[in-house]
Design a binder for this molecule. Sequence first.
Ligand SMILES: [Zn+2]
Length: 123
Amino acid sequence: MHEYAITESILEIVQAEAARAGGGSVDEITLVVGELTTFVDSSIEFYFTEMSRGTAAEGARLRFQKLEAKAHCSGCGADFRPHNAFFTCPQCRSAVFELRQGQELFIESIEVSEPEGQDTRGD
Ligand SMILES: [Zn+2]
């Protein structure tokens, strides 16, 4: 259910960005999702379709890019790829490590089409 809240914030950012770009409609949104998050792509898509109705983002494509998890062992200094947050270091079996990547979700890019019937002078 936390997809609802995250989709709401995504939509807010996207709408602000579309307005800044001159009020065109949003074509495509690329989201980067760390592989350790529990966000479900299809749930985000579902909420997005519902919430974006009547906004500049209606009908926009959502692209999901997965980001590999990366961890750095505090014990032996090895870098490895944990498969969940409860992983242990493959070299020394220490459970103490720093998670450096894999828990994020952010907007990588937003493509906004040119507003129709307007000139784009003056930025
Ligand atoms: Zn280690």
